[in-house]
Design a protein around this ligand. Structure first.
Ligand code: R5P
Length: 299
C-alpha cells in the first residue's frame, strides 16, 4: 500500500447538518472546513469558505430541507467549486422533495428530479440516507449512492430491550425485517391507506404484540398520523410499551403532541434533521459510504 498517496477529505458542514458533519469529521479524523455564514437584512444567504480548497477533496454536508437550506446548499457548492476543489461530494442526510418522485397527475413537477439536477451541477458524487424510493438516485446526473441508518437505529432499540418490530405500512416492511433480524426478534406490518396529506387509515390486524416492547419503524415521521394510528392499534392489542423510530424526523403539524396523545413511550430519530428526538446519528452509515467512494483517505 506504500505507493498509494493518502488523501485528505475536507468536511464542510452546512447550517442544516452541523451535527452530522462534526460527527463525520471526528469519526474519519478529517478536518472541518472553516466558513462564514450570514444572512443579509433581506434574509438572503451569504457564504464564504475561509480555507484554501484548491485541488482538494471536499465533502459538503447539508440536509436539503426546508426550502431555504436548498438555496444554501447551491451557494455553498458554487463557492467550493469556484475555489477550485478537485472533487466535490455532496452528502444530503435528508433529501427534501424526494417523495414527489414521479408525476401523479398530468402537469405536476417531478420535484425530486428538479432538485437532483440542480445539486448535480457542482457535484462529482452524491450520498443520501434512506431515500423514500431508491430510484430517485437516478435523477442525479453524477454517481449517487444511498446508505441506511437502520442498523444504527436497530442497535439502539436492542439496547432498549425492544422485542417486536412493526412496519406501519408495506413500504416499511423491508426496513422492519432488517431491524428485526439485527435485534433477533419478530416483526410484522400493517396495511395503511392514505386518505390525504394528513389523514391515514390503518386496517385492523391481529398482531403478536401482547406484553411486548414494540418499536414501530419507518423512514419518515412527518405529521405523525401514521405512527399515532399504529401506536393506538398496538396499545389496544396489549403491547407493554410502544416507541417509534425513524431516520428522518420532520415532526410537522403538531406531530409530537399527536404521538404523545397516542401514549407513545419514546420517539427516536436520527440527526438527518436535527431535532430534540435525534437520539442516534446517521454519520456512521455515511462514513462507511464515504470511505468506499473516496478509498485512500489518510486517517
Ligand atoms: C410514507 O410512505 C412514509 O414512509 C411515511 O410513512 C410517511 O411520510 C409518514 O407521514 P406522516 O407522519 O404524516 O403520517
Amino acid at each position: 500500500m506504500g505507493h498509494l498517496r493518502c488523501r485528505i477529505m475536507y468536511i464542510l458542514g452546512g447550517t442544516s447538518a452541523k451535527n452530522v458533519a462534526e460527527n463525520l469529521a471526528s469519526r474519519l479524523r478529517q478536518p472541518l472546513l472553516h466558513t462564514t455564514y450570514k444572512r443579509f437584512p433581506d434574509d438572503e444567504f451569504y457564504v464564504r469558505v475561509l480555507d484554501d480548497v484548491a485541488g482538494q477533496d471536499v465533502v459538503i454536508v447539508q440536509t436539503a430541507y426546508p426550502d431555504q437550506k436548498i438555496v444554501e446548499l447551491l451557494l455553498i457548492q458554487d463557492a467550493v467549486h469556484d475555489a477550485g476543489a478537485k472533487k466535490i461530494t455532496v452528502v444530503l442526510p435528508y433529501f427534501g422533495y424526494s417523495r414527489q418522485d414521479k408525476k401523479f397527475e398530468q402537469g405536476e413537477a417531478i420535484s425530486a428530479r428538479a432538485i437532483a439536477q440542480h445539486v448535480s451541477l457542482h457535484a462529482d458524487c452524491v450520498i443520501t440516507v434512506d431515500p423514500h424510493k431508491e430510484h430517485i438516485l437516478k435523477f442525479f446526473t453524477v454517481p449517487a449512492y444511498s446508505c441506511s441508518a437502520v442498523s444504527t437505529i436497530a442497535r439502539y432499540l436492542k439496547e432498549k430491550n425492544v422485542d417486536f418490530i412493526l412496519a406501519p405500512d408495506k413500504g416499511a416492511k423491508e426496513r422492519a425485517r432488517e431491524a428485526a433480524a439485527l435485534i433477533d426478534c419478530e416483526y410484522d406490518y400493517l396495511e395503511k391507506t392514505r386518505i390525504d396529506g394528513t389523514t391515514v387509515k390503518i386496517t385492523p390486524k391481529k398482531l403478536d404484540a401482547r406484553g411486548r416492547h414494540v418499536a414501530i419503524i419507518d423512514d419518515i415521521i412527518s405529521t405523525g398520523g401514521t405512527m399515532a394510528n399504529s401506536i393506538r392499534e398496538l396499545k389496544k392489542q396489549g403491547a407493554k410499551t410502544v416507541s417509534v423510530a425513524c431516520t428522518h424526523g420532520l415532526f410537522v403539524g403538531g406531530a409530537k403532541e399527536k404521538l404523545l396523545a397516542a401514549a407513545c413511550d419514546e420517539i427516536i430519530s436520527t440527526d438527518t434533521i436535527e431535532t430534540e428526538f435525534s437520539t442516534v446519528s446517521a454519520a456512521e452509515c455515511i462514513a462507511e459510504t464515504l470511505l468506499k467512494t473516496i478509498p485512500h483517505i489518510k486517517n
